[in-house]
Design a protein around this ligand. Sequence first.
Ligand code: NIG
Ligand code: FE
Length: 408
Amino acid sequence: MSVLITNIGELVTNDPALGEGPLGIVRDAAIVVGDRVEWVGPAKSAPAADERLDAAGAAALPGFVDSHSHLVFAGDRAAEFAARMSGEPYTGGGIRTTVAATRAATDDQLRANVARLVGEGLRQGTTTIEIKSGYGLSTADEARSLRIAAEFSDEVTYLGAHVKPADGPEDYVSLVNGEMLTACAPYARWVDVFCERGAFDVEESRSVLKAGIAAGLRPRIHANQLTMGGGVRLAVELDCASADHCTHLSDADVDALANSDTVATLLPGAEFSTRAPYPDARRLLDAGATVALATDCNPGSSYTSSMPFCVAVAVREMGMSPGEAVWAATAGGARALRRPDLGRLSVGAAADLQLLDAPSHLHLAYRPAVPLTRLVVRRGAFHWPWGTHRSSPTVSSHLEQPHKGVLS
Ligand code: NIG
Ligand code: FE
């Protein structure tokens, strides 16, 4: 079935060949979607389709690509958050608290938690979410986390090297690179490591990523979150798709990123929730680096599933223009996952888009914390976060039926 969405006041395509500026904005636009985007252009020249939806002048943009999350966990660390808000520092040590709770949970409890958080993100416009393991830290618990993550996403990341577990072997890296990797690789597309003081040093991180690459996984990395270590340079050396956090960067780190295909993925939720200084997106953009924004959704350092929140903070605190932040949260995330079919609305791309109760993408930062998402189309399926009755678009025929999926 094809659906024509017409009377879109402002359509962000992220394809400069289709419209104005780097966001490729088309005004008074229409789009036809089936499983993929079938047609995009001015509403007045739109073709007919099986169904028609009038957007009543609303803005539309690609679905958010949240390229960094840790959704497979159990337990709650709200008390740790409260302590930080009264001045306690974040060290990453709380990861072990979540490991204990995660190991004690049943598969169904973990699955329900992932479903809840994926649903939260979807209601806020997220159509792709990368999900990491990293709260199992034993062969069986890491493999189980990845198996569950793979039920929700194609973008699954093996993070056996999150921290060294209290009960792990002396040479934990050998376990991560050996038996654990063999058990986990079939469920994952990516390998990641927390390269940080107190977690894994550069040499250990290099060995984890290289072992993952040898097993057919592609590398990404947690780098330079708490200290100015060598993680970013390692990311560039190994052609990681993304170096994530990038909070503490030297000039050499910025240059290395700017002269590479490695995306700098910034995670403002983590700085918000750990009371740390925000990364300087302006410095990276001015140097020519590619920047992505993601939630880092996890129970310790960033318990938000909201990409609009990340966009708003990036604009207010990190030197990004609203347009740059929207690009980073859509096309930037797609680059960070090396998925040319995502993060843009041109013919052949995935049918992943969102319609806002707003006239332009600027409102995502201009109206912080306001739930503006009225319709999310994910891989061609229609989801109405507020039901069709609360939507400004006029809906025809069976598109009015709430989708029986994650949201029902
Ligand atoms: O990306 N930095 C390491 N991992 C997570 C934090 C996990 C936790 O505190 O539970 C992050 O911020
Ligand atoms: Fe993370």
